[in-house]
Design a binder for this molecule. Structure first.
Ligand SMILES: C[S@@+](CC[C@H](N)C(=O)[O-])C[C@H]1O[C@@H](n2cnc3c(N)ncnc32)[C@H](O)[C@@H]1O
Length: 186
């Protein structure tokens, strides 16, 4: 992952009410963002609004995950330590953005043409310690363990570390499919 260079312009805003005028952006990308947005149709209309005519839009979304034994262990250990449910489930539009036909329809309905959607496989194999470190800071399970009292959280992480340490390296393979969508403002 790379950060934008220092001095590069940054704006913080909601993708569902983009803080830009109409027809002023040549190209806009939203990698792994669309499924987070409760108002997907509104966001896509906003993208269409700010793009110049013929402007390009690109998005990457999750399509499906293969079985992931290390993640299953992580979830079980967290359940066993009584962590409350995720306080803010974050993929309200995943039903649409994980389905090529539905995503295509949503883009077309928002005023996009030349819609191209490709399905690609991904594969990532962290070590046990990389998996544990990453899983504590991002995702639904990180939000769950954050709600545990400190002593229970420490106990939970110790059990997780011990159980994950016993797994075969293949158990950490995270794989599945993502959708790459590109389209042009008509
Ligand atoms: C999974 S991260 C992807 C980050 C980055 N694009 C990448 O690929 O590494 C999802 C991003 O969507 C952003 N996000 C979620 N809801 C948003 C909203 N309503 N408006 C703008 N950004 C939002 C989050 O702040 C987060 O940075």
């Amino acid at each position: 992952m790379r950060l934008a260079p220092a001095g590069f312009g940054r704006v913080v805003g909601d993708a569902q009410t983009l803080p830009f005028g109409s027809g002023v952006v040549d190209a806009l990308v939203m990698p792994f963002v669309l499924f987070h947005l409760p108002a997907l149709a509104v966001a896509l209309s906003e993208v269409r609004r700010v793009l110049v005519s013929g402007g390009a839009f690109g998005a990457v979304t999750w399509a499906g995950h293969d079985p992931h034994p290390a993640y299953d262990v992580w979830v079980r250990v967290i359940d066993e330590h009584g962590a409350p449910p995720d306080p803010s489930p974050q993929m309200p539009s995943n039903d649409i953005t994980s389905d090529p036909a539905k995503l295509r329809h949503a883009l077309q309905a928002a005023g996009f043409g030349e819609v191209e959607i490709t399905v690609e496989r991904f594969r990532h194999q962290p070590s046990a310690s990389e998996f544990l470190a990453h899983s504590q800071v991002i995702g639904a399970m990180a939000r769950r363990i954050e709600q545990l009292p400190p002593d229970r959280r420490t106990a939970c992480l110790a059990v997780a570390e011990e159980e994950l340490g016993r797994l075969d390296p293949d158990a950490f393979i995270e794989s599945g499919t993502v959708l790459y969508a590109t389209a042009r403002a008509t």
